[in-house]
Design a protein around this ligand. Structure first.
Ligand code: FES
Length: 653
């Protein structure tokens, strides 16, 4: 009679194997995506499968309960110690007896799909560069004078088929005590940037390392540094955190930092040291928040604009301050954390920096392109990543254009009188009643509006601390809709508007949002100066978008994706009332959160995505705003709210 038939789901891969073949062996031979860290020793439990019983007409198979061997000792021991979920088997232990259908659950797949929040874009497929391998190493012997490392390499070859490894110098010093502590059984982390590359031994642990390995996706912005700590096995983001970029003390925007470097001997080095220190602090904080050791963070991916890119790498950004804005390099970079002078990460942690597009259009724009994929869009999409420097992409399958626009830090809450970074306690949403001109607001960390009963408790817990970027955008748009602001951006007086909330402040007026009496916290107002800062920022953003539309020869786009700095979810309606983005059907505007951060996460989790973006950046046409006279014209016209001349027909609907 024939050998038993094995069908794996969800892949549908099938084949016949002699009775007694371990399920994992069959899976390997058929090329089924099934994980294993311990190499079939029954201790890692990564290889779990769920055999299915019953009749499978689709596969032409009837499966009986005894299609697989009974539990063996190893599985029993594992189940007693850790517990196997009902219906699960360790595929390295269970052997095939009769025809069988075996499901590989997502958590046992190496290349599992990680669903992203924004459903419009594809899931991330896991294929990280760093993976774990459990090995049993031969003990040293007087008669065989090989080094410990050589025996580790031999074990990797024999037990995993890994041909050739290179080793971090710093790891070499750790290896001997780890081998002895683990009684010659260790887990090593190997980094392989692509299939053909030589594997690099990054670090090792005694015994089976079970607490996971992690990577950091870092969006290094001019004002905010945002990091997502990601489990390299599951793709799950285990903690997200952000801090202010300490380089702000050298200059609020990029050009002032470039001039700081020009005017001050050693200025660039000072800024490099400051930002690296901040990344170290952020690394420690985020690891503590997730309850892991920094030693478990083995990779980091950076995305940033060109000036931040140079300062991070310790390169003087002086060339970026003047035409032709030459980058030291636009290619992607692979290096180790020790070379980057980062101390919180292990020295051998592998760093990947995304490629830059050109002059002023950096790796952050490349990351946005990776996350939002405008080049795969059937309709013409405008992607706007709002920050101190806005990254703007316009394109479809035919062609993608990109520019960067110096909006200044107002959208991130800086340069705003009551402004702050998006963090718990910051006001992020505001509504103003057009009749009474009274307002209510919400703070980050609470779902209640300030006039709802649940708010008091939230305010007590979080405190009301200031307004973040998305809050100030809503405030200005709501003020305009309620008639508190005229189209030129001037705040009316109490008599003109008809509310005591408009308070005289010198020769101008301010609108009172929170006086600090109810629920405590500081007095929070929107001043005339705040309005002017937001007008400058939104004009720069709009002008950048219009410049790309001119270049492409269109006066309308099909849809808009609004991405923002860490934590900020900009309301499409308010962005349009303000005139931040060109007129488009409101339902065609989507909010994407931190797209640059997501792009960094994709590059962290998937090696092929790195190759893809390295190719895509070469196909993007960059448009230089700094030398384009039309940028200035668009900028001036966009100062009014929503705009002096461009029509906004969708808005009046
Ligand atoms: Fe590790 Fe089966 S491969 S338990």
């Amino acid at each position: 009679s024939q050998d038993p038939l094995v069908v794996f789901t969800p892949s549908g891969k099938r084949g016949r194997f002699p009775a007694g073949t371990p399920v994992l062996t069959a899976a390997r031979q058929l090329g089924v995506d099934l994980d294993s860290v311990c190499g079939g020793r029954g201790i890692c439990s990564k290889c779990q499968v769920a055999p299915a019983y019953g009749q499978f007409s689709k596969h032409g198979v009837t499966v009986e309960q005894d299609a697989l061997s009974e539990w063996n000792k190893v599985e029993e021991r594992y189940d007693q110690k850790r517990g196997l979920k009902a219906g699960r088997r360790l595929s390295c232990q269970a052997t095939i007896q009769r025809d069988v259908v075996i499901d590989v659950p997502p958590e046992s797949q190496v290349h599992r799909q990680v669903v992203r929040k924004a459903a419009a874009v594809r899931a991330i497929e896991m294929d990280p560069a760093t993976r774990l391998y459990y090995i049993e190493v031969q003990e040293p012997d007087m008669h065989e004078p090989t080094g410990d490392l050589e025996r580790v390499a031999r074990a990797l070859k024999a037990q995993w088929g890994v041909e050739d490894i290179s080793t971090e110098f710093s790891t070499l010093a750790l290896l001997q005590p780890i081998l002895r502590k683990g009684d010659w059984k260790i887990t090593v982390a190997l980094h392989k940037p692509d299939d053909h590359a030589r594997a690099r031994l990054v670090t090792a642990w005694p015994g089976l390392h079970e607490t996971g390995i992690f990577g950091l996706a870092i969006d290094l912005g001019s004002t905010t540094v945002a990091a997502h700590l990601t489990n390299l096995d599951t793709g799950e983001v285990v903690a997200s955190s952000g801090i202010m970029n300490p380089q702000i003390r050298f200059g609020e925007d990029l050009m002032s930092r470039v001039s700081y470097s020009m005017m001050n001997e050693g200025g660039a080095a000072e800024m490099t040291a400051a930002v690296r220190e901040a990344i170290d602090t952020l690394t420690e904080e985020i690891a503590a928040e997730a309850g892991i050791e920094t030693g478990q963070i083995l990779e980091a991916v950076f995305v940033c604009n060109p000036v931040m890119h140079h300062l991070l790498l310790g390169i003087d950004p002086v060339e970026l301050g003047q035409a032709p804005f030459a980058l030291a390099t636009s290619s992607s970079l692979h290096l180790r954390s020790v070379e980057m002078g980062l101390t919180a990460l292990p020295g051998s942690a592998q760093i990947y920096v995304l490629p830059c597009i050109a002059g002023h259009v950096g790796a952050d724009a490349a990351a946005v392109a990776l996350a939002e994929e405008p080049g795969k869009s059937d309709d013409l999409v405008l992607v706007v990543d709002v920050g101190t420097n806005a990254e703007i992409l316009l394109g479809d399958r035919d062609r993608v254009l990109a520019c960067s626009s110096p909006t200044g830090p107002a959208f991130e809450g800086a340069q705003i009188s009551s402004g702050q970074r998006a963090a718990p306690g910051a006001i992020d949403a505001i509504r103003i009643d057009p009749e009474t001109k009274e307002c209510k607001f919400r703070i980050i960390g609470s779902k209640f509006w300030s006039d709802e009963p649940g708010f008091a408790k939230a305010a007590e817990r979080l405190g009301i601390t200031g307004i973040c970027g998305s809050g100030i955008i809503e405030a200005v748009a709501e003020m305009r809709m309620a008639g508190i602001l005229d189209p030129s951006g001037l705040i009316g007086s109490a008599e003109q508007v008809g509310t005591p909330r408009c308070v005289a402040e010198g020769r101008t007026h301010e609108y009172l949002i929170h006086d600090g009496t109810a629920h405590g916290g500081p007095r929070i107002t929107v001043t005339q100066g705040d309005i002017r800062a937001i007008q400058l920022a939104k004009s720069a953003l709009y002008a950048g978008a219009r410049l790309l539309m001119d270049e492409r020869g269109v006066d309308k786009v099909d849809r808009v994706v609004l991405a923002g700095a860490f934590g900020a979810h900009i309301s499409p309606k308010h962005a349009m009332v303000l005139g931040m983005i060109p007129d488009v059907l409101l339902e065609k505007v989507t909010s994407a959160g931190n797209a640059a951060g997501t792009g960094a996460r994709i590059a962290l989790c998937n090696r092929a995505a790195r190759r893809e973006i390295e190719r895509v950046v070469g196909e993007i046409t960059k448009v230089e705003t700094a030398i384009e006279p039309r940028f200035q014209e668009h900028f001036v016209a966009a100062n009014a709210i929503p705009h002096a001349t461009d029509p906004f027909p969708e808005l009046s609907q």
